[in-house]
Design a protein around this ligand. Structure first.
Ligand SMILES: CC(C)(COP(=O)(O)OP(=O)(O)OC[C@H]1O[C@@H](n2cnc3c(N)ncnc32)[C@H](O)[C@@H]1OP(=O)(O)O)[C@@H](O)C(=O)NCCC(=O)NCCS
Length: 402
């Protein structure tokens, strides 16, 4: 290995490892940022790459559970990966990915997940696109719903302290409903979603809840930016997160957001393609949905990952998995009765571990992967059988980039 890679041992090392990604857009992380990161992330999950004793790269991982079809699994939430610009394209990232994935494997986390800054980086390390996410921008004149909505609840503002108690159960409900949702600790809420960053001090994010039938059934976090041009409002409302536990609650919180006065546009990112908003709106074409890759997933332990999610029906399929970077996964796996075991049976589908990661949460079918030459069908009907097994609705949704 050309570079030594190991977990950070102290604050100073963490500082320099974190600054590897920061080099591209910010100054050295200030003290309070470092405090937050160390608190949430832990020193030991930040790997640093060393050359002659100097840190030249950093790669972090959050510890959380990720919801998967029918349950949830321990997951490494890969984050703040960066190489110092002075050392790029010399194998620093490769060395860090090696050390990090070995560590994830040793910890017994069957999957890793990340948001990719560029979609060309992580495929070579076995990650595959596992969810779709997109942004919409809803002009005020196109914000009507297709069907009348009876508003039965009441929206109210809450403080960050109240939000901590009230939002968490709604988030837990989302993770029961959809794959792709990371669990959030109290520290996560406090240091990320509910924290008011310095640049928002003058006009901080708002926290609202929807009370319906005696319970908090939805919440939203949003910012507003006022503007007028030629006497007409050009205000923008940015939805950072809006989640409801039922379709009624989701519709009601969205109606609230769309109706805030003075806002010419409401923008939201990271929506999955099957989000109810598209069919709630009378004119969904006007929102100009721009969809891209969302969460990338890597099966670190193919057997445990496949056995850790639920399936539809009781079919079986034999995979031939290629995994150059994590060879312990290589070989034939038989998935039957909800469990995956190594097998000597003839393979029916051959694919890279990244393609299996793409299919894992249900966002990408084996038929799609076959048509893009990412899966070889070795036995007639195997793609159809695998798709019947893996099919899962609703689609995965990860509402936050980490
Ligand atoms: C992305 C980044 C970490 C890559 O680090 P690096 O140390 O230059 O990467 P390596 O030299 O280890 O490259 C490993 C392989 O990935 C390829 N690669 C690395 N970055 C790439 C990129 N941005 N696009 C395409 N290929 C890339 C290399 O060509 C190399 O390919 P090979 O295995 O076929 O030889 C670095 O460019 C960086 O810090 N970018 C800015 C921050 C960022 O985007 N971080 C990712 C956050 S999700």
């Amino acid at each position: 290995m050309p570079f030594d890679v190991r977990p950070c041992r102290d604050r100073e090392e963490f500082h320099r490892a974190l600054f590897a990604i920061g080099q591209n857009f910010a100054g050295p992380p200030p003290d309070e940022m470092l405090d937050r990161w160390i608190l949430l992330h832990g020193l030991e999950r930040m790997h640093a790459a060393f050359e002659a004793g100097e840190i030249v790269g950093g790669a972090g991982a959050f510890t959380f559970d990720l919801s998967v079809p029918g349950g949830s699994l321990p997951c490494a939430g890969v984050t703040v990966v960066g190489t110092y610009p002075t050392h790029r394209r010399r194998g620093v990232l490769r060395a860090m990915m090696r050390a990090q994935l070995d560590d994830v494997h040793a910890r017994g986390e069957p999957i890793a997940a990340l948001w990719a800054s560029e979609e060309t980086i992580y495929g070579r390390f076995g990650y595959g696109i596992a969810s779709w996410a997109g942004e919409v921008s809803i002009p005020r004149e196109a914000n009507a719903f297709a069907a009348p909505l009876e508003r039965r609840g009441q929206v109210r503002f809450v403080s960050a302290e109240e939000a901590l108690d009230l939002f968490a159960p709604v988030w837990a409900s989302l993770s029961e409903q959809r794959p792709g949702v990371p669990s959030r600790s109290e520290t996560w809420w406090q240091t990320r979603r509910l924290r008011i960053p310095d640049e928002e001090k003058g006009n901080p994010r708002r926290f609202v809840v929807l009370d319906l039938d005696g319970a908090t059934q939805a919440y939203a976090i949003y910012t507003t930016k006022l503007g007028f041009e030629d006497g007409a409002s050009t205000g923008k409302l940015e939805v950072l997160e809006a989640v409801g536990v039922t379709p009624q609650a989701t519709a009601e919180i969205w109606r609230f957001l769309l109706d805030v006065d003075w806002m010419a546009t409401v923008r939201v990112g990271l929506l999955p393609p099957d989000h109810p908003l598209f069919l709630l709106l009378a004119t969904p074409r006007r929102v100009r949905y721009r969809m891209g890759d969302g969460l990338w997933v890597r099966l670190v332990d193919v057997g445990a990952a496949l056995s850790g999610r639920a399936y539809t029906g009781d079919g079986s399929v034999v995979f031939e998995v290629r995994d150059e970077f994590c060879p312990w996964n290589e070989g034939r796996w038989r998935l039957a009765g909800g469990a995956a075991e190594p097998t000597q049976e003839l393979a029916e589908l051959a694919l890279d571990v990244g393609a299996l990661g793409s299919a894992y949460l249900g966002a990408v079918s084996f038929g799609q992967l076959r048509d893009a030459f990412r899966v070889e069908e070795l036995a007639a009907g195997a793609v159809e059988r695998a798709d019947a097994l893996f099919a899962w609705r609703p689609l995965p949704w990860c509402p936050e980039i980490f």
